[in-house]
Write a protein that binds this ligand. Structure first.
Ligand SMILES: [Zn+2]
Length: 285
């Protein structure tokens, strides 16, 4: 990317209107815009199942996400399966549509950076079972399954193992884990009782958040990953705080006098072919 192209892309970033790739924003690709107003390109699809996870909707159309989000889901699920063997798979809800944009039932999930993760649960007696769906869990850790008339219990051990893996990784770059306060209390109490590193507990407490503009998220956990440092110039817009343990966003390009002089002398009205032929003539090549 030339200095001028980079500069052009950076100048466009603050504009709220630039949420989609267009002829005016040729450098925009990947995750573009904010999660509530944006799109994605080059998404990949989460497999129907792999080690440690299954999709909630086998035939769903909204399982497309940034490659690094899809990888993070698979890695995290496989980690939980190996760290706490004998459990049920993580059940994965919606990511985004193939090209992003609005999908039914969600305000965000538009840029390939969001995913709904159903909760790890057990029977009331503690036997792991696959999540029966979006079952609200109360402060006592129990949830009533309408379809079966039975209760399930939050599998706090595996839920914490999942959260710990996600917040420990700088590469995954979790920005938020939307989760009800009641469930956060259960999980954090467990982590502290287990003697987990306080830095990791602090990260979890920071990103775990009960949203104020939607459901309390007591029946699933919604993960949003932050823009990676390199994604800023291609259109990713944060839409929230950037935590201190994540990699630094790419700083604005520093231009010295030579760069500025080169930009100033580069006449954008001279077609490239003409400029090259003039250079060729002068050089005698
Ligand atoms: Zn969600």
């Amino acid at each position: 990317m030339s200095i001028r192209t980079s500069l052009f892309a950076l100048l466009l970033l603050p504009s709220a209107c630039m949420g989609v790739p267009s002829p005016l924003t040729p450098g925009f690709e990947g995750t573009v815009g904010v999660p509530q107003f944006g799109v994605q390109t080059q998404a990949i699809q989460l497999p129907v199942a792999a080690e440690g996870f299954v999709r909630f909707r086998v035939l769903g159309h909204h399982y497309w996400g940034l490659p690094r989000l899809v990888k993070a889901i698979g890695d995290a699920a496989a980690h939980v399966a190996s760290e706490a063997p004998g459990g049920a798979p993580l059940v994965v809800g919606d990511l985004s549509a193939r090209n992003g944009g609005k999908i039914p039932g969600h305000n965000s999930h538009r840029t390939g950076r969001d995913v709904d993760l159903l909760l790890f649960v057990t029977t009331p007696a503690g036997v792991p079972v696959e999540s029966p769906g979006f079952v609200p869990i109360d402060a006592d850790g129990l949830g009533f399954v309408q379809e079966t008339g039975e209760f399930v219990r939050l599998d706090v051990e595996r839920q914490w193992e999942l959260i710990k893996y996600l917040v420990r990784s700088r590469e995954i770059g979790v920005q938020f884990l939307f989760f009800s306060q009641k469930l956060e209390a259960l999980v954090i109490d467990y982590a502290l009782a287990k003697g987990e590193p306080l830095e990791i507990v602090h990260r979890a407490q920071t990103v775990l958040m009960q949203p104020t503009d939607s459901t309390p998220h007591d029946d699933h956990m919604h993960m949003r990953i932050a823009c990676a440092p390199s994604e800023g110039v291609s259109g990713c817009s944060g839409g929230g705080p950037y935590w201190e343990w994540l990699p630094e966003p790419t700083p604005p390009i520093e231009l010295d006098d030579t760069d500025l002089a080169a930009i100033a002398s580069d006449d954008p009205l001279v077609p490239e072919a003409v400029a090259n032929s003039e250079t060729g003539a002068a050089g005698g090549v």
